[in-house]
Design a protein around this ligand. Structure first.
Ligand SMILES: [Zn+2]
Length: 304
């Protein structure tokens, strides 16, 4: 399904391609779930398409694959030899991963001559990996394209940033995201609007059957000061530790509302600090006693 909020970025990329200003290294920055990967994947497929010249020649055409040439059939099958995707889950992107990409780029292409390497979450590169990538960035080769994505551009070395064409991928018209989410048959949860800037995150939760858990976290956050039994909350976070960020986001939103309703700024500040500490402990302390940490947080917020 097309992601309508990507249209402007895609149009700009097509424009630069038509004007022969298309940069060999593209960097897409934006929040988790905004569609950076979908954008990279389609751009990569377009660059590999054998009809790319015809596709972009049409005045209003986007940089899209034709869908029926030999290259497109290979990308659709997920077996295109000139396309390489680097995706890591959790751990870092090491120097060997980047050397693998350099080797890939240096070998001749099997199909229309272009080769495309996509690196997702490129902020996960180690310093050595980033240095190795610099060589590829500094010595661009014809018909070789590198597409990087990140939700944390501030963590990237300036040397990498300055050698890429950077696009900020964001949703400027949240109505587009809202309408798109409506087509997915997602119940109209009251917290949904908090994620209109990252709709694919919501879709991911739907696919993982997590929406009810997210809703439970939201309910806990809204009634946190009155609650004393946190078992359901602890169970969800124990099973899905990454959801602790969502729970603290919900609590933080609650605190902002209380500030608007007259909570003192000092109390607000110390509550936000307690929240930050809770999140940090959850992501950094091994073997954290979660039930105790949750009770302690509730105690602090109740007394702030
Ligand atoms: Zn094609």
């Amino acid at each position: 399904m097309p992601l309508p909020w990507l249209h402007d970025t895609q149009a700009r990329l097509a424009q630069s391609y038509r004007a022969e200003r298309f940069h060999h290294a593209q960097l897409f920055c934006g929040p988790v779930g905004v569609g950076k990967f979908e954008l990279s994947d389609e751009l990569g497929n377009a660059l590999l398409c054998q009809n790319i010249a015809k596709q972009v020649a049409a005045q209003n055409s986007m940089l899209k694959p034709c869908g029926h040439c030999k290259s497109c059939l290979l990308t659709l099958a997920g077996t295109h030899p000139d396309k390489r995707l680097t995706q890591v889950d959790g751990q870092s992107i090491g120097v060997d991963d980047i050397r693998g990409i350099s080797d890939f780029m240096n070998h001749s292409a099997a199909q229309n001559g272009n080769k495309v390497a996509i690196i997702e979450n490129c902020e996960k590169m180690t310093t050595a990996a980033a240095n190795a990538l610099l060589k590829t960035l500094e010595e661009p080769t014809n018909s070789r394209f590198l597409i990087l994505t990140t939700s944390q551009p501030a963590q990237l070395p300036a040397t990498i940033l300055s050698r890429c064409a950077k696009s900020d991928v964001k949703i400027t018209n949240t109505a587009l995201a809202q309408q798109w989410l409506e087509t997915l048959d997602i119940p109209n949860y009251s917290w949904l609007a908090l994620f209109y800037n990252q709709p694919l995150q919501v879709k991911h939760w739907q696919q993982q059957d997590q929406l009810k858990n997210i809703d439970t976290l939201y309910k806990f956050a809204t009634e946190f000061k009155q609650s004393h039994n946190f078992k359901a909350l602890v169970d969800i976070i124990n099973k899905q530790p990454e959801l602790v960020r969502i729970f603290t986001l919900f609590l933080s939103v609650q605190l902002k509302q209380q500030l608007l309703q007259g909570m003192s700024f000092d109390a607000y500040q110390s509550a936000q600090n307690a929240l930050g500490e809770f999140l940090q402990n959850n992501t950094q302390v091994l073997g954290l006693n979660l039930p105790l940490a949750v009770s302690r947080l509730a105690y602090t917020l109740r007394n702030s």
